[in-house]
Design a protein around this ligand. Structure first.
Ligand code: SAH
Length: 214
């Protein structure tokens, strides 16, 4: 796939749109300006890649809207070398953004078809350090815990305790919670048992589903 001047120009416009919608973190904007989002689309849909819109990726799932990716990434406050657990690999775009920012990314996907496709795609394109796991994200990755950050890219109905226990003290979890519409929450683990809760804007995500889908 090619990344042309035209694509770079479209990305620049997208970054301007995101910054006018309130995304201020320069590291996030730089990542969005750098990662070719159209690589994550089938060729015939590549013109959709630089609209600020979600888009179907198969298996009833979507690549999140760029604003949502930028918003969640900004809330995470990722530093270089941080260990980040993402639930819901989907297209791999969000994982690529985090890896571009220097994070060590661990990403879980429950849909085998998406998992296989995205694993092959990320393997062919060097988007940095991304480790993918096919399993139920509700279980997390206890063998790699603790994480500096945990990011859910599908809507949960409540705070997932198992994932909370895999956060280091001082680390944060960004998670959309709600049935039909989700509210963005950020939880910061302040002790073994306590989490600070902050509440942000409303979004619409595909739901977190239990178990795996072979
Ligand atoms: N971060 C993705 C967004 C994908 S949409 C991207 O950048 O493209 C959310 C994804 O979460 C879907 O692929 C869906 O299959 C996955 N998902 C839903 N419930 C899950 C669970 N319990 N464990 C792991 N992945 C899950």
């Amino acid at each position: 796939m090619k990344d042309t001047y035209r694509h770079k120009g479209l990305r620049k416009n997208l970054v301007n749109t995101l910054s006018s919608k309130g995304i201020q973190n320069q590291k996030v904007l730089d990542a969005i300006a750098s990662i070719p989002r159209h690589f994550f689309f089938d060729k015939e849909f590549e013109d959709w890649a630089y609209e600020d819109k979600a888009f179907p990726i198969g298996c009833d799932q979507t690549i999140s809207q760029p604003f949502t990716v930028a918003y969640q990434t900004q809330l995470l406050n990722v530093e270089k070398r941080d260990k980040v657990l993402e639930i819901g690999t989907g297209s791999g775009y969000q994982a690529a953004i985090l890896a571009y920012m220097g994070a060590r990314v661990f990403s879980i996907e429950r849909q085998k078809v998406l998992f296989d496709r995205t694993k092959a795609f990320l393997g062919k394109n060097d988007f940095g350090n991304i480790r993918m796991f096919y399993k139920d994200g509700f279980e997390g990755l206890p063998e790699f815990a603790p994480f500096d950050h945990i990011l859910l890219t599908a809507g949960a109905t409540k705070f997932p305790d198992t994932l909370g226990s895999q956060l280091r003290i001082g680390g944060n979890m960004v998670i959309p919670i709600g049935k039909h519409i989700q509210t963005m929450y950020r939880y910061t683990r302040v002790s073994e048992v306590d989490f600070d809760e902050e509440i942000f804007a409303e979004f619409r995500f595909v739901p977190m589903l239990p178990g795996v889908n072979p």
